[in-house]
Design a protein around this ligand. Structure first.
Ligand SMILES: Cc1cc2nc3c(=O)[nH]c(=O)nc-3n(C[C@H](O)[C@H](O)[C@H](O)COP(=O)(O)O)c2cc1C
Length: 193
């Protein structure tokens, strides 16, 4: 069984479930600096060219920054109701911001910024997430420049190191596990569900 199968399987699930409005919403789990779990919904923004890098947008002022700095481990979980499949992608998280030197990553960040709606871009100009709300202070409502990401905007990347794919539509169910070694070579096997 070619190990790279997980990516075509995930692409196929995204395609088959394309009419589901929640398709691009996934739950992202991280580890807080004190070891407690953290989880939240984020929008999957597609893969970077490297087939195992999942892209998301996030605010660099959010709690995720400190969590990722202390422990880059992260995982996302998808459930596709039409095809009754679950994908769990585990790996290493990184944030790309204005201080990132790599030109390809800087370009990927700028591209993602340009793809966002004005409404979403504006949220990155709001006061810092998680801080006490000052009810007397109106939030900015003017969309920022589409051509220049604001400092708070981050491209967040999950570089997959393990994938668990569960299919419920047949009986018995099917489950596959894939794992990347340190060189990024994948191996995989079918396991009991
Ligand atoms: C439908 C939906 C989509 C969301 N999309 C994103 C997203 O793409 N990126 C993001 O950082 N937060 C997104 N959020 C907000 C997060 O769930 C979370 O509240 C925020 O990122 C702060 O999380 P943190 O304090 O754990 O860093 C979304 C929330 C919902 C309900």
């Amino acid at each position: 069984m070619p190990a790279e199968l997980w990516r075509p399987s995930l692409d196929l699930a995204l395609h088959r479930n394309r009419n589901n409005p929640g398709l691009r919403l996934v739950q992202l789990a991280t580890v807080r600096p004190d070891g407690r779990p953290a989880i939240r919904t984020v929008v999957f923004r597609g893969f970077l060219d490297d087939t195992r890098q999942l892209a998301f947008s996030t605010d660099g002022r959010s709690a995720k920054r400190a969590e990722i700095a202390a422990n880059p481990g992260g995982a996302v979980c998808w459930y596709f109701p039409e095809t009754r499949e679950q994908f769990r992608v585990t790996g290493l998280l990184s944030l790309v911001d204005a201080s990132t030197p790599d030109p390809a990553l800087r370009e990927a960040r700028a591209d993602l910024w340009a793809e966002l709606s004005d409404e979403t871009r504006t949220t990155f100009t709001w006061p810092s997430p998680g801080e006490a709300r000052d009810v007397g202070r109106p939030f900015p409502s003017t969309p920022p420049n589409r051509a220049e990401p604001v400092a708070s905007f981050c491209l967040m990347i999950l570089t997959a190191t393990e994938v668990d794919h569960l299919e419920l539509h047949s009986s018995p169910h099917h489950r596959w596990q894939f794992e990347a070694d340190a060189q990024g070579r994948w191996s995989g096997r079918e396991v009991n569900p």
